[in-house]
Design a binder for this molecule. Sequence first.
Ligand SMILES: NC(=O)c1ccc[n+]([C@@H]2O[C@H](COP(=O)([O-])OP(=O)(O)OC[C@H]3O[C@@H](n4cnc5c(N)ncnc54)[C@H](O)[C@@H]3O)[C@@H](O)[C@H]2O)c1
Length: 396
Amino acid sequence: MTFSLGIVGAGQFAGSFAKLFHLHPGVGEVHVTDLLPERARALVDQHGLAGTFEDVGSMLASGLDAVAVFTQRWTHGPLVAAALDAGKHVYSAVPMAITEDEIAAIVERVRRTGLVYMMGETSYYNPATVYVRRRLADLGRVFYAEGDYVHDMDLGFYDAYRYSGGPDWRATASYPPMLYPTHAVGGVLGALPTHAVSVSCLGVPDTRGDGVFETSVSMFGNDVSNATALFELAGGGSMRTNEFRRVGYPSHLKESRFRFFGTEASFEQTVNQSVWQDKEGFTDVTDLLRARPSLDEDDPSLAGVSPALRAAFVSGCAPVHDRARLPKELTGAPNGHEGAHHFLVDDFVRSVTDGTVPPVDAWVAARFTLPGIVAHESMRRGGERLPIPDHGEAPA
Ligand SMILES: NC(=O)c1ccc[n+]([C@@H]2O[C@H](COP(=O)([O-])OP(=O)(O)OC[C@H]3O[C@@H](n4cnc5c(N)ncnc54)[C@H](O)[C@@H]3O)[C@@H](O)[C@H]2O)c1
C-alpha cells in the first residue's frame, strides 16, 4: 500500500528529498509544482517522477494524499494551512512558520483533522542530538544547554539567496536569524523533554555595508545578522542559542553545534570534536558522532566492518545512527545534514502509512519554532524578557 505525494517548490533543497521519497517503498506517484514551471519539469525529468501540476492550487485540488512543502522559509505557514484544509498530510521544510498566528493555525488544523503534519527538522537526527537523547539519564538533571546554528553568509548563502530571490534577492537575504531557530533549538529540545517558557535576546546590527541587512531594503525590516538568545526552560534550567550569519567559522564542516550540562555528566562539541565528560574524566566520542561521506560498497576502508556500520558508511550516516528501521531502498542513497535526510523521509512515510504521530509533529514543531519568533521580538525590544506561548503536546 503506497500513498501519493506532491512536492511544492522545486528549488535547491527539494531535489535530494524528491529522490528519497521516490525511492521509499511506502510512496507511490510523486508530482511536483513550482512557481517557475521549468524547475518543476527539471525535477520530474531528473528523477523520473510522475508529472507536474500547473500550480499549488491545482495540486491541492487533486486526489494526491500528501504534500511536501519546500518553498522559501517565510512562506510555509499559509501553504501548510491550505494543504491541511484540502485534506492533505503535510511534510514541511523548516521553519514551521514565521508568526505566532500561523503556528496556531497549523496546530488547530492538525488537532481538528487528525492529518499528519511533520516538520523536517534535520537537527532532530543530528548525531549529537541522537547521542544525548540516548544517554539522557546519564546526564543527571540537565540545567543548561546550548544549540548554535552558525552559518556565515559568505559560505553559500549569497548564491542561495540570489537563486531563491531573483532580482530582488537582497530584500529576502536579510531574513532575521532568530526566525530560523529550529536547527539550534530543535537540536537541544530534540534531546531534552522540556520546552522554552521565556526569552531575552540581543542582536548585533550588521556593518558589512553590502546592502543586504538594511532595514530600508529588507522585506523583514531587519538589519541584524548575529543574534544570541537566553531561554528559560520549563521545569528549571536554561538554554542559550546563537544564530550567526557573519562569523569566522567553517560552517561547511559543522553548522549546528551543541553543549549539554547535567548534574552528573556533560557533553560538548566543537567543529571537529565531541566529548562526553563526568566528574572523573572524559571520553572522546568524535568518531561515533562523525557522519561519513557516502562511501562506495567496495571502498577498501570498509574491509572487516560490520554490516550495520557498512550500511551507515555507504549512506552518509554516523555510527551512532541506528539504520535498522530504514527500508533497504534507502541504503546507499544520497543523504545530507549529518545523516538526517533518510530518517526524516522515513518518519513521514511511516506516520502517513500507519496513522501515527511523527517525532516532530505540529506540537513539537511549535516548541522548536515559537522560541525563535518570540526571541526576535525580544531583540527588537532591546532584550526585553518575553513569555513564550505553548500549545502543549499532541493529544493522545
Ligand atoms: N537543514 C535544513 O533543514 C534545510 C536546509 C536547506 C533548506 N531548508 C529549507 O528548505 C526550504 C527550501 O529551501 P531552498 O533553498 O530549496 O529554497 P529555494 O528558494 O531554492 O526554492 C524554493 C522554491 O519554491 C518555489 N515556490 C515558492 N512559492 C511557491 C508556491 N506558492 N508554489 C510553488 N512553488 C513555490 C520557488 O519558485 C523556488 O523554486 C526552505 O524553507 C529552507 O528553510 C532546510
